[in-house]
Design a protein around this ligand. Structure first.
Ligand code: S3P
Length: 438
């Protein structure tokens, strides 16, 4: 993809008012996947109309599923049943979306279809053996490149067999891939996770009537069951809300209400970490929405201090570190992160790319193989590179609230993968952001 969109953000301002950020990306992907395999019609509201979840939607359409919409976040999915998917006319192009590729590898491994999964340049660099290997142990035939990357070629097999798998990394995508393959496997499939990771797959499977057992850190299901259609109200994405939680925390005069945000305990590390840094975040009117906890979040400016990030919180805030690094740059003292090597294999190498950008802005940032050390200070202006990573682009946009000069962020096209309309919504709240299309 050619990167032609830059964000140019003038310094200062505050974030105020009431906003609702777009739907949760993880839940949107899973709604399409399970809705497509269910028997009956599932209605989805609050669906994220971002490039990533739309890639999943297109993939299922290409496999013969009738999906109406999206129209203002509403979808109607006419489920084809567990065995109803058809051969697509060509490769399934999943764009920038790691979640689509890894979950589909599992879900499609036992369909008896010949399939090819492709992605963009960034996705084609990301590690896929982490799913291909455990799926092979289940009897799947999935080819990667010699480097263990996409394209993935899935060949038909007679049968999958259940496995008991210990995840070597705390990854919800790998866990989900194995559980989704397990739906098609003989016997029991169990995944043990080294630390809690997002559990939307397990929650949604239960919502579709599929029994999932959890004992401690082990999650099990039996293959051969069926999914029954259900309606899904997708909450606003806490990973998108995170940019505003940080922006309002660092910008004096801010007071912002974020509506209907998913606060699943496997995703709420950003709230815990910002509070440890001294942030003023109120969780209002906590409620259950279709099996997922949801609340409004009120955030006010507060002085932040640097912290040592507790390692057990890393998986619970895995996508929020670009934003948290900006909070750290605006905090008093040092913030230290360890045990987060996974950040190096996200849409970009988020440790290096954030360190480079923060240094451009005059902040001391010292990367380590599995983390970073950031000393809070005065942010200057300058030009930073997003490396095509949506969350890097949005994180540096918020940094301008506390910068002394204009920040230009290069290559922001991929913001649309998770947060279409980010610049408009941020401007509405008070960020001095302009979109420059080259
Ligand atoms: C996701 C899991 C996480 C996360 C990604 C979405 C999911 O990835 O970073 O944005 O929806 O399961 P890992 O499982 O690789 O940590």
């Amino acid at each position: 993809m050619q990167h032609t969109t830059d964000f140019v953000v003038d310094p200062g301002g505050s974030l105020r008012g009431e906003i609702r950020v777009p739907g949760d990306k993880s839940i949107s992907h899973r709604a399409i996947m399970l809705g497509s395999l269910a028997q009956g019609v599932s209605r989805v509201s609050g669906f994220l109309e971002g490039a990533d979840s739309l890639a999943t939607l297109r993939a299922f359409r290409a496999m013969g599923v009738e999906i109406e919409g999206p129209e203002e976040g509403r979808l109607t999915i006419h489920g084809v049943g567990m065995r109803g998917l058809k051969s697509p006319p060509g490769p399934l192009d999943l764009g920038n979306s790691g979640t689509s590729m890894r979950l589909l590898a599992g879900l499609l491994a036992g369909q008896g279809l010949e399939l090819e999964l492709t992605g963009d340049e960034s996705l084609s660099r990301r590690p896929m053996r982490r799913v291909a290997e455990p799926l092979a142990r289940m009897g799947a035939r999935i080819e990667t490149t010699a480097a263990g990357t996409a394209p993935l070629r899935i060949h038909p097999v007679e049968k999958l067999r259940g496995i008991h798998y210990e995840l070597p990394v705390a990854s919800a995508q790998v866990k989900s891939a194995i559980l989704l393959a397990g739906l098609y496997a003989d016997g029991e499939t169990c995944v043990t996770e080294p630390a809690p990771t997002r559990d939307h797959t397990e929650r949604m499977l239960r919502g579709f009537g599929y029994a999932v057992r959890r004992e401690g850190n082990r999650i099990c299901l039996d293959g051969g069951g069926r999914l029954s259609a259900c309606d899904i109200d997708v909450p606003a994405d806490i990973s998108s809300a995170a940019f505003f939680l940080v922006g309002a925390s660092i910008a004096p005069g801010s007071e912002l209400l974020l509506k209907h945000v998913g606060i699943n305990p496997t995703r709420d590390g950003v709230i815990t970490l910002l509070r440890l840094m001294g942030a003023d975040i109120e969780v209002i009117d906590e409620r259950d929405v279709g099996g997922e906890p949801v609340a409004d979040l009120k955030v006010r400016h507060a002085p932040l201090r640097g912290i040592e990030i507790p390692e057990e919180l890393v998986p619970l805030a895995i996508d929020e570190f670009p934003a948290l690094f900006v909070a750290a740059a605006c905090a008093e003292g040092e913030t230290v992160l360890r045990g987060a090597a996974e950040l190096r294999v996200k849409e970009s190498d988020r440790i290096q790319v954030m360190a480079d950008g923060l240094r451009v802005l005059g902040i001391e940032a010292e990367p380590a193989p599995d983390g970073i050390r950031i000393r809070g200070g005065r942010l200057g202006g300058g030009e930073v590179l997003s490396h095509g990573d949506h969350r890097i682009a949005m994180a540096f946009s918020m940094a301008a609230l506390r910068a002394m000069g204009t920040i230009r962020i290069k290559g922001c096209d991929n913001v649309d993968t998770s947060f279409p309309g980010f610049a408009g919504l941020a401007a509405e709240a008070g960020l001095k952001i302009e979109v420059h299309r080259g």
